[in-house]
Write a protein that binds this ligand. Structure first.
Ligand SMILES: NC(=O)c1ccc[n+]([C@@H]2O[C@H](COP(=O)([O-])OP(=O)(O)OC[C@H]3O[C@@H](n4cnc5c(N)ncnc54)[C@H](O)[C@@H]3O)[C@@H](O)[C@H]2O)c1
Length: 467
């Protein structure tokens, strides 16, 4: 069996259990994960643009806990029309319709009541963008079908679950030359955006290491997911199944596939404890053979000698944390539990902070300096007007609105989106690849170059703007 089909066999499949042992070793001594050849006649979608859309016509699929909040946010955006709403449960589509009528907007066409009703939405010829917020298992088929029917597509996290799905979306995006973006909202939080700008301006020297996580005890939520999809997925899979909130900000800081690339990862999980105990108490049910370890820790090394540390823990009583931090040669940033910067004074040339020249980087800068820095390095996308609107509309403190705003701004102006299908692939690949590492005594696993050779063509991650 070739490495690809072995890896695909091991990692694919909605109902498959976690990855299995592998004896496929690369020339570098890593567990091999093959990169399939780019199909003939297909080209990459780096910096992809589509013709500017004066009005972006949208169809939403998946209107459970997350979807309706997106519909609501779209009522605050100019130059969009919500044409269609779909959920398996028609009453959820009807509830979302009320969001539009309450905002005095035209009604959308509703779809639902059957497993495949969403296909009709994708087949319409008056939709530019399909916005997906269903459970994880539906993401890939919906994205593929939408692109095959000429639609740009955006999808909630994690958008793809295994290597088969990853290559399917990449190949479909490349073949159709349409946008395929993951809705990773955590790259739009205020502290992360400011810190990214500081990093890009060299305030931290060379950024060497970034950290991120999803630490969020889901006990209050397990019972709320439609058909119990989230618990079922965690029951069947080891590995970091929800890595993208940590990966997104870390990979933007490190310019992944924009001058650097991830080479390999290694992962380790604790034993299973918290979730089966909770389910026994909550539902009186014994979860047999639960797979997902309480805490999963993954380390990634890049071509340019940088590292990323990612953690996942949805089982234990810990304060919420995305563990966002970076270490550079001249400074350090950390968001949890309290945002702060530790920077060598010589890096802070701004007049206002001259008096703090003696800052050593051994401790966090005083609050007054942090305030000056947050203003001075305000992200170019974060205008005062957008910040005020984002705070008014809300959605995780405003970052969800900034994500939607940037998506629509880029589509309306024919600009590359902030995140492309390779970001989706890289950030989601941690799930299957960490599982593969864990099942092989934490041995290092190769991370494919999802751009298939173009990882250093773009020099640094930047948001696009109208010139
Ligand atoms: N980015 C974030 O901060 C964030 C926060 C919460 C959830 N999410 C993500 O959003 C997604 C949805 O999560 P949720 O909490 O809303 O789950 P949910 O279970 O509340 O909602 C999923 C919805 O999808 C619908 N659905 C299922 N099959 C369908 C089909 N065939 N056709 C149409 N609709 C179908 C269900 O009926 C349900 O209404 C997940 O990917 C989750 O990880 C992201």
């Amino acid at each position: 069996m070739c490495t690809l089909s072995m890896a695909a066999f091991m990692l694919s499949g909605i109902s498959c259990q976690s990855a299995k042992k592998s004896d496929q070793v690369s020339s570098k001594g890593l567990i091999a994960v093959e990169t399939p050849q780019r199909p003939v006649g297909q080209k990459d979608v780096l910096q992809l643009t589509t013709p500017a859309m004066k009005v972006v016509r949208v169809g939403f699929i998946g209107l459970g806990m997350r979807g309706p909040a997106a519909v609501k946010r779209f009522t605050y955006l100019d130059g969009v029309e919500v044409k269609a709403l779909c959920d398996l449960d028609m009453s959820r589509a009807e509830k979302a319709q009320k969001i539009l009528t309450d905002a005095k907007l035209p009604e959308a066409t509703l779809y639902g009541g059957s497993e495949d009703a969403w296909k009709k939405l994708c087949e319409r010829d008056d939709i530019d963008l399909v916005y997906i917020a269903t459970d994880w298992l539906h993401h890939e088929p919906m994205m593929i079908y939408a692109m095959e029917h000429g639609k740009n597509v955006v999808c909630e996290v994690p958008s793809v679950l295994n290597m088969d799905e990853i290559w399917n979306v990449i190949n479909t995006a490349e073949r159709t030359q349409l946008h395929c973006m993951m809705l990773e909202n955590c790259v739009y939080d205020f502290f992360e955006l400011t810190t990214l700008n500081m990093a890009q301006k060299g305030v931290f020297g060379e950024v060497l290491h970034a950290e991120g996580s999803y630490i969020h005890c889901l006990e209050p939520y397990w019972d709320s997911y439609a058909n119990d999809w989230r618990l079922k997925y965690n029951t069947d899979h080891r590995g970091d199944v929800y890595a993208t909130h940590g990966m997104g900000p870390a990979c933007q800081l490190l310019d992944i596939h924009r001058g650097d690339k991830m080479n390999f990862l290694t992962s380790m999980d604790t034993k299973v404890a918290g979730i089966p105990a909770f389910v026994k108490k909550d539902r009186g049910v014994d979860l047999k053979d639960f797979q997902n370890g309480d805490m999963t820790t993954t380390m990634i090394r890049t071509e340019k000698g940088k590292t990323i540390l990612i953690q996942h823990d949805v089982a234990n009583p810990r304060p919420y944390s995305r563990m966002y931090s970076l270490t550079g040669t001249k400074g350090y940033a950390s968001k949890y539990p309290t945002p702060g910067y530790a920077i060598e004074g010589s890096q802070l040339k701004d007049d206002d902070v001259k008096k703090y020249d003696d800052l050593s980087g051994h401790s966090f800068v005083p609050e007054a300096v942090q305030k000056i820095l947050m203003e001075k390095y305000r992200s170019p996308i974060m205008t005062l007007e957008l910040e005020a609107k984002a705070k008014e509309v809300g959605g995780h403190g405003g970052m969800d609105f900034i994500m939607d705003y940037r998506l629509i701004y880029c589509l309306q102006n024919g600009l590359p989106l902030d995140m492309d299908v390779y970001d989706m692939a890289e950030w989601c690949s941690v799930a299957p690849l960490s599982a593969l590492s864990i099942e092989n005594n934490s041995n290092a696993v190769e991370v494919p170059d999802f751009t298939r050779g173009a990882w250093d063509r773009i020099h640094g991650f930047r948001h696009a703007f109208v010139k």
